[in-house]
Design a protein around this ligand. Sequence first.
Ligand SMILES: [Zn+2]
Ligand SMILES: [Zn+2]
Length: 182
Amino acid sequence: MSTPSPPRPWPARKAAPSSVQYACPRCEEVFLRAVDAAAAAEHGLACSHCALELRGPEGPGAAPRPGQAVERCWICGSSALYVQKDFNRELGFMIVVASAMISFLVMLLVGPFEGMVCLGGIALADWLVYRKLADVTVCYLCQSIYRGLPLNEAHRGFYLGLEEKHKKLRQRWLRDLLGEGP
Ligand SMILES: [Zn+2]
Ligand SMILES: [Zn+2]
């Protein structure tokens, strides 16, 4: 049995450490960079694998500051960002499929009512877990993910229309960045 810990002077930090996850467009290496005081002093980022300088159409983006909402993407300088739950889409899809299969089996082996109750229970559990997941900020243009930072009130959820628009912008950004001909 452990002794109760003494009260902390301020609330324990529940949030994940602030970080940005990004991929180098040239070598496709994925990086996780802490957002801290050292990061805030930097401007542009360079890939530590292939030394590509990461910058947007208007030059290098400013580093996010710890404890502050993201205004512009550090990697590409874009201000088009969206908010989503921090979860793995494939894992989420597998959970949905598994839930449906379990409910179907209960329906078949026990009864339709029990099957529906089972489905409802699983849906409720999923929803409770989903609510607990942290929110992350994602860049439409370069798809970098910002974790552990306050959300910017101007950012909304993912919108397919903006993603479609950014597909073209992304191609142009990559072309400029990688120095390939048009
Ligand atoms: Zn690289
Ligand atoms: Zn970006």
